[in-house]
Unconditional design. Structure first.
Length: 484
């Protein structure tokens, strides 16, 4: 899912997200990405000699970009906006003055680009994100992507004595790998997932962020007595719930539980830690701590209600600060925490969090100018471009640094503090980039969404989700991945 940061406004993406919801109704899953799978499988296209000739490699042009060849860049127009990318494009055009970059931004990544993959004429660089994200596992499995190893082994933009790969945050390179050494994806943003809240609202309840589930229920009861719901979430797109639920499962049962789930191992979802966490979340529904009407809210509506003080907690990623900037009050004091656990018997300490690369950038295998696409990424992974991104969209990048001298916003400052607290206890579930359909529509909509709306019990949700995972494991039409 990449960033999962969906759209800039509530109305723009409702149509396609409603399509996802309808297609998953009653467990009858029919997913747009499957049409992409079959299209990719059948399309080979051909280059027709259309690839740009590589240019001469020099110290200033280590990837050998053709300095007269055009470059096309398609960005997902979501919570991070497009200004940061446009700024990086200007640097590319300054470095290659004979070149004009064709830049565009859209929320409809798949429907816009699928026909072009079919025809063998994809852009040179794509930000493959949002609800219409193309299925990463399918793209990799069908050999639709270029290996980004040349980019990673190239000198970094700032220091010719340091490779690009050596400037990245831990885990970024590994996230782009699916099976073996090639790196297919460059995750540009660095996302902190967790439970987001207003420190001001929590202070008004004379409460601390809860570390155990009994404490969580007590805080929600306090909020309820003051007319505030404990939780809300993107009810129409409940694959947001795992942003806090998955790391909670890892905290309670250990990271090996999440690895088993990612690996589609038999009975992985029947682990006691999964049951304990599902039961805990279901308790929020049973005790009336979920904002009324939440199952009918999209991501923007739920975030707006939360920002207006109608609910205390919301599961989300660090893009929420920028995406909700127009509705978060100035004195909100936005904060994020690692998920609350069950109790002291949890396998991992409080502070265990999910943080990983977001905003997945890809260079198609049949791009006309793949060197240009990689060079654009090399520019974006410079300290200056990283600082520009962080300043403008309130999120970290894959570049390991880029915050020196920047006045951090409350949410960003809280995210940095959460990462410091986590230390090595950072989890990175892979379902959302290995198996998009399974994660979003089956586990999310048909499983967790139904449970949190009270339409099925935790036991029924686990049975249903295990069935979906077993079916995915047996599906020979998709490529399967495992933690190495």
């Amino acid at each position: 899912m990449g960033s999962t940061s969906a759209e800039n406004n509530g109305s723009a993406g409702v149509g396609r997200r409603d399509l996802i919801k309808r297609s998953a109704a009653l467990g009858l899953i029919s997913v747009p990405t499957m049409s992409f799978l079959s299209a990719c499988a059948s399309s080979g296209g051909d280059d027709n000699g259309s690839k740009a000739k590589a240019g001469k490699k020099t110290a200033k042009n280590p990837l050998g970009v053709n300095d007269t060849a055009g470059m096309e860049f398609v960005l997902f127009d979501g919570g991070f906006g497009k200004e940061y990318a446009q700024d990086a494009v200007k640097i590319y055009e300054k470095n290659f003055p004979k070149v004009k970059v064709k830049f565009s931004a859209t929320q409809k990544i798949q429907s816009t680009l699928q026909p072009r993959f079919n025809q063998g004429t994809p852009p040179d660089l794509i930000d493959n994100s949002g609800a219409e994200q193309m299925d990463m596992g399918v793209l990799v499995g069908k050999k639709q992507l270029a290996d980004l190893t040349p980019l990673l082994d190239a000198p970094s933009y700032d220091d010719p004595n340091k490779k690009v790969r050596d400037t990245l945050r831990p885990g970024i390179v590994e996230m782009g790998q699916f099976d073996g050494d090639p790196v297919w994806i460059m995750y540009y943003a660095y996302t902190v997932y967790g439970v987001w809240y207003s420190q001001k609202a929590l202070d008004s309840l004379d409460a601390q962020y809860p570390k155990t589930w009994d404490e969580m229920l007590a805080v929600c009861e306090k909020a309820k007595k003051k007319g505030m719901a404990g939780w809300t979430y993107a009810g129409k797109y409940p694959y947001y719930i795992p942003f806090s639920l998955y790391p909670m499962i890892g905290k309670v049962g250990g990271r090996e539980v999440l690895d088993a789930i990612d690996n589609l191992e038999p009975n992985a979802w029947k682990h006691p830690a999964v049951k304990a966490c599902f039961d805990a979340y279901y308790e929020l529904y049973k005790k009336g701590y979920i904002l009324k009407g939440t199952p009918g809210l999209d991501h923007i509506q739920s975030q707006t209600a939360w920002a207006k003080g109608k609910a205390l907690f919301i599961p989300n990623g660090s893009w929420v600060e920028n995406e909700s900037a127009n509705v978060i009050p100035a004195d909100f004091n936005l904060a994020v925490s690692a998920p609350t656990g069950i109790d002291s018997s949890d396998k991992m300490p409080f502070g265990t969090i999910w943080a990983s690369g977001g905003e997945p950038f890809i260079v198609p295998a049949k791009a006309k100018n793949p060197e240009g696409g990689m060079e654009q990424l090399r520019i974006m992974l410079s300290e200056a471009s990283s600082k520009n991104f962080t300043t403008k969209v309130k999120s970290l990048t894959a570049f390991n640094g880029g915050t020196t001298g920047i006045s951090l916003t409350p949410g960003l400052k809280s995210g940095v503090a959460a990462l410091k607290l986590a230390g090595d206890n950072v989890l990175n579930p892979r379902l959302q980039d290995w198996y998009v359909q399974l994660q979003k529509e089956q586990i999310g909509v048909a499983g967790l969404g139904e449970m949190m709306a009270g339409r099925i019990t935790p036991a029924e949700a686990i049975k249903k989700i295990q069935g979906f995972a077993d079916a995915a494991a047996k599906d020979t039409s998709i490529k399967h991945y495992k933690h190495q």
